[in-house]
Design a protein around this ligand. Structure first.
Ligand code: NAD
Length: 260
């Protein structure tokens, strides 16, 4: 089954990446590219509608078209409201939503199929599933540590993904991450407490994002590494989510874990 797509923010970094990947994959048909008027020039839509109006796109595209929106919080909220009014499914990847905006998304999701995820990387979302199993299988003799690398312009440390991975690991041990996280070691620190998860950050160059989790036990070590090479990984996740959302019933706000 082909998934018709309406790409909001089509001229942006994520929008362009999603359109390029969808254009190479027969599973998807780009029905419309939507962005602000001033951003539209230079957008090559081919047979797709190119417009600055999401409503126009919805009016002219198939009823089962799925909106993919990587724009900005206020814009994505308007997308969700417009989708709810017409009953279209929407996949939203925009980050920085407030708690109130997320609550409104959850409310709108009762009326129309809505999906939101702050990390659409397929690999990271699979790790959320397999890391708890690995943690439990290895048992509590294995110390867990994590190192994340990002480019030299990244503002937050540790990364949001490292914290989410840490939460998932802590939960598998029956801990709360804030109680056991150690992100600085300096001086005479003594023996490593058992109830601890180290998360260290390295910054430099143009690294898109690398997360390595170490499970260190008696006589052996397992390392699990995820490396994001480009935005393609997020775009592929968004496309996979869109195909999963096509024809899905409304009910609650879906996320990447539902897709897997
Ligand atoms: P960007 O600035 O390159 O693109 C945003 C696009 O939205 C621009 O083309 C802009 O013109 C367009 N836009 C703004 N207002 C609009 C409106 N009213 N109508 C239509 N289009 C409008 O940003 P980006 O790097 O593509 O990132 C977009 C969002 O996606 C950010 O919040 C970013 O953090 C998030 N993001 C999420 C993931 C994930 O995995 N969930 C991955 C990467 C980026």
């Amino acid at each position: 089954m082909t998934t018709p797509l309406i790409i909001m923010g089509a001229a942006g970094r994520m929008g362009r990446t999603i359109a390029a990947l969808a254009g190479e994959d027969a599973q998807y048909a780009i029905a419309a590219l939507v962005d602000r008027g001033e951003a539209l020039s230079g957008l090559q839509g081919g047979s797709a509608l190119v417009t600055d109006s999401l409503q126009t796109a919805l009016d002219q595209c198939p009823a089962d078209a799925v909106i993919i929106d990587f724009t900005a919080p206020a814009v994505s909220m308007e997308t969700a409201r417009t989708a709810a009014a017409s009953g279209h499914a929407a996949v939203i990847g925009t980050t920085g939503l407030t708690a109130e905006q997320k609550a409104e998304l959850a409310e709108l999701a009762r009326r129309t199929p809505l999906f939101w995820s702050s990390n659409m990387s397929v690999g990271i979302n699979v790790l959320y599933r397999v890391l708890p199993e690995l943690t439990r299988a290895l048992g509590d003799k294995y110390d867990i540590e994590m190192v994340e690398l990002h480019h030299n312009r990244k503002k937050d440390s540790p990364s949001g993904t490292a914290l989410s991975l840490g939460e998932c690991l802590a939960e598998a041990r029956g801990w709360q991450l804030p109680d056991v996280r150690c992100s600085a070691r300096d001086g005479l620190i003594g023996a490593r407490p058992k109830a601890q998860i180290g998360i260290q950050a390295i910054r430099g160059g143009d690294v898109v994002g690398v997360h390595t989790i170490y499970f260190m036990g008696p006589g052996e070590r397992i390392e699990v590494t995820h490396q994001a090479h480009s935005r393609d990984t997020f775009a592929q996740g968004a496309l996979r989510a869109a195909a999963w959302m096509q024809g899905r019933a409304a009910g609650r706000l879906y996320g990447m874990q539902d897709v897997f």
